[in-house]
Design a protein around this ligand. Structure first.
Ligand SMILES: [Zn+2]
Length: 148
């Protein structure tokens, strides 16, 4: 048993365009009844952004995040894969550094054990277990807002 939420990540937007895309998506969701403004909704996950409550078409809340961040797939267990040579680093060998980043530290810089390619974790192939995005919409279906 554990927490459950849905994550919608926009991997096509970069940091410079994230805030504008956030406004476009949030306005579209509100205009079409998927969300409504609710500053007290869903502050559990992202204190820096006001969350929206689900609109008349749904039943809970969304949170929007416009900054580079790490998102876990939940069920994946693959390690980061080198974009130069395809070597997969064992997930357990980097998990403490990922955890440090997840707790507010800096994004880890990883070096491939086979070809010495070095890049930030989010630039490795990591889709088997996580994603890095500049814009996300997070929902918690079935969870009641703490203020309700
Ligand atoms: Zn490599």
């Amino acid at each position: 048993m554990g927490d459950h939420w849905e994550q919608l990540l926009d991997l096509s937007v970069d940091e410079a365009g994230a805030e504008e895309r956030l406004q476009e998506v949030r306005n579209w969701l509100r205009t079409n009844g998927w969300t409504k403004a609710d500053p007290d909704a869903c502050k559990v996950y992202f204190e820096t952004r006001p969350a929206d409550a689900f609109g008349p078409r749904t039943g809970d809340c969304y949170a929007f995040v416009a900054k580079r961040d790490l998102y876990h797939a939940g069920d994946g267990a693959g390690g980061p894969v080198c974009r130069r040579c395809g070597t997969e680093l064992p997930l357990m060998s980097v998990i403490s550094r990922i955890s440090d980043w997840d707790q507010g530290g800096a994004e880890p810089l990883l070096t491939c054990t086979e070809c010495s390619w070095t890049a930030l974790l989010g630039d490795w192939k990591i889709s088997s277990c996580m994603a890095v995005a500049h814009l996300a919409s997070l929902t918690t279906p079935g969870r009641t807002s703490p203020t309700r």
